[in-house]
Design a protein around this ligand. Sequence first.
Ligand code: AMP
Ligand code: ZN
Length: 141
Amino acid sequence: MNDDCIFCRIVAGELPSRTVHEDDETLAFLDANPLAPGHTLVVPKAHHEHVEDMDGETAAAVFETLHGLVGPVQDAVDAEGSTIAFNNGEAAGQEVPHTHAHIVPRFEGDGGGPIHAVAGSRPSLADGELDEIRDDISERV
Ligand code: AMP
Ligand code: ZN
């Protein structure tokens, strides 16, 4: 537990939350400043700042909770879909440095955008550059 982390403090029961699911490894609760009714956060109980910091077992537990919650969240608020995302790192807009998945219920005509809208303008990449990026990623996996 990180004493300075608000999500660790929620996990520890020191701060209140509207919890919708809890198991040994994960907690899910309503976002305090929701983008839509039913906006839910899924966190690992252990403190990890980024997605890539989680061990595989913890990451699998987070995804399992996410998988089990998307349907109930959407049904509870009669949503027609949802945007499921992590703000991973400050550059991506992460404000709370304890990794968490957002489930944001979506409705036709809600005025929101798709995930394609979150980055800046699309880069123009030549075939050679794309090949190099593919190689750089695959060599590191
Ligand atoms: P992010 O930018 O991905 O780090 O988003 C952090 C999210 O946590 C925001 O949507 C906040 O509204 C939400 N949040 C911050 N504090 C709390 C809290 N005490 N309980 C529930 N949600 C919170
Ligand atoms: Zn934490």
